[in-house]
Design a protein around this ligand. Sequence first.
Ligand SMILES: [Zn+2]
Length: 107
Amino acid sequence: MFSMLRLKCPRCGEGGLYEKIFTMRKTCPVCGLVYEREEGYFTGAMVVGNMISGIIIAPLTLFLFANGASIMQILLTLSIVGLFLLPLVFWYARALWLYVDFIFNPE
Ligand SMILES: [Zn+2]
């Protein structure tokens, strides 16, 4: 669990999942686990990313709306939050997808 939060390999917990901000490694540099098991493997991670975004954005929008923010204020706030959220959602959606798959299909 903590290795997922640290964006580390689901098998050894040591090798990093990403080599650059939006570039995922093909394999774990420590244990050699193949991260992208087949073409299009991370397509499902997009669904996970949308769910994570919705869980964060929807309550924030409702909170702003309930406190009398204008549409422009809401859009501006969501744009700024979205900019910071983008890399986090990208990293953790793929990591969560990889970890869940590793639990059910270790090799
Ligand atoms: Zn590893």
